[in-house]
Design a protein around this ligand. Sequence first.
Ligand SMILES: Nc1nc2c(ncn2[C@@H]2O[C@H](COP(=O)(O)OP(=O)(O)OP(=O)(O)O)[C@@H](O)[C@H]2O)c(=O)[nH]1
Ligand SMILES: [Mg+2]
Length: 459
Amino acid sequence: MEDTIAAIATPPGVGGIGIIRVSGPKSRDLLRLLFKSAKGIGDLRSHHLYHGDIISPETGAVIDEVLVCLMKKPHSYTGEDVLEINCHGGPVILQTVLTEIVKAGARLAEPGEFTRRAFLNNRIDLSQAEAVLDIITARSDRGLELAVSHLKGTLAKKIETLRSTIIDVLALLEASIDFSDEDIEVCKPLEIADTLKATLDELQHLLSTYREGKILREGISAVITGKPNVGKSSLLNRLLGEKRAIVTPIPGTTRDFIEETVTIRGVPVKLTDTAGIREPENLIEREGIDFVREKLSGADIMLIVLDGSEKLSGEDHDILNRAGTKRCLIIINKTDLPHRLNETRLQTLLGKTAPQPLWISAKYGDGIDNLKDAIYSLAMDTPEHHHSEHIISNIRHKTALEKTSVLLSRARESILNGVSPEFASFDIREALDSLGEITGKTINEEVLDRIFSTFCIGK
Ligand SMILES: Nc1nc2c(ncn2[C@@H]2O[C@H](COP(=O)(O)OP(=O)(O)OP(=O)(O)O)[C@@H](O)[C@H]2O)c(=O)[nH]1
Ligand SMILES: [Mg+2]
């Protein structure tokens, strides 16, 4: 039998309320031992809130005035008896109550252990358990929408449909192996190959959404670069909608880098404003510029800022040349001032295939909407949106889908080439296992440990 686990479920620190969560067979006894209510709790109804005190069973002293709720199995998050105690939200209170619970026979929960139990008791599948974590850590509206749709089981349903098709194929193949001596044609190779092709196409489609899903879930990093005084810090402030970085007419204002995250068209973007790149005049500048190069090499995209009110300089050339193959946008700032930058020269320098530079005024906000669209498209690689329910965002799912795809292709090849069906059947079985890893139908303990260890305690 499972033991009973307990943890503080709310974040550390002070708050209006703090919740302690308990799950396991002892939940009910713990409540009867530690909780006293003036009205009594009678036969303790499930999913009802009771008001009263948590007391120390040894001294009878009141520890806190609380609301408690028992959710009897199987209708609870974990599928076991779950007890939630709403205490006042102070760290000492919560710790004291938790200590009493542990003294009374519960054990402190590991990170993610409640959700792990929910999975083991078939309340949710593995893709839904992972979605719980994604909901907690969502960094944008669309990231949250995606996680919620996964929690609702949309991905799991899709995977189950694919599995069921593959199982049908396997059944046909197996029949043809069993009846191979007899003269009945049970397996039509071309039909099977077609079904597999359709499944492979669906797998490919799911895989093609990974980039979008990953970006919605994790966001991207963008570094703003350019020579001094072109308006990098002004651009950061404009995109953030607040004055975060110091802006002055003195070239070399920004020395350190400044990092802030904004949501652009639903994507969390970590923006880094950096020191202007030029031949360093002193040690501080040299350090600053070295930092920029480091930041640039790690960034997903680069926003290269030029000053439209000045001619292109050698420094601009250097920066553009160094951009290399990195995804970047060329931004010409200060469009509110008379134009002095020679666009034809810039275009020649960039080459014909380069994207059109974007004109903006960081100071007055012109062109910023266009710039946001361009950042979004560049990040996604495509302006096309997928529906949340058909997007994958987890590398574990991607790897499993890829493996499934390889195995099914191999099975299809051998069927088309008239190879004995045993081979295809073997590959298809493996493909089923690999697909089942996504929902947790086939999974080992080690993988479970890895997944749930990334959760917070109390979830
Ligand atoms: N007219 C006009 N001035 C701008 C614009 N953007 C920035 N500036 C001015 O240009 C000067 C430099 O702006 P910053 O944002 O500090 O430039 P920076 O690229 O961060 O400069 P460093 O940190 O020194 O590398 C300031 O005086 C800004 O007010 C713009 O769109 N139009
Ligand atoms: Mg600056």
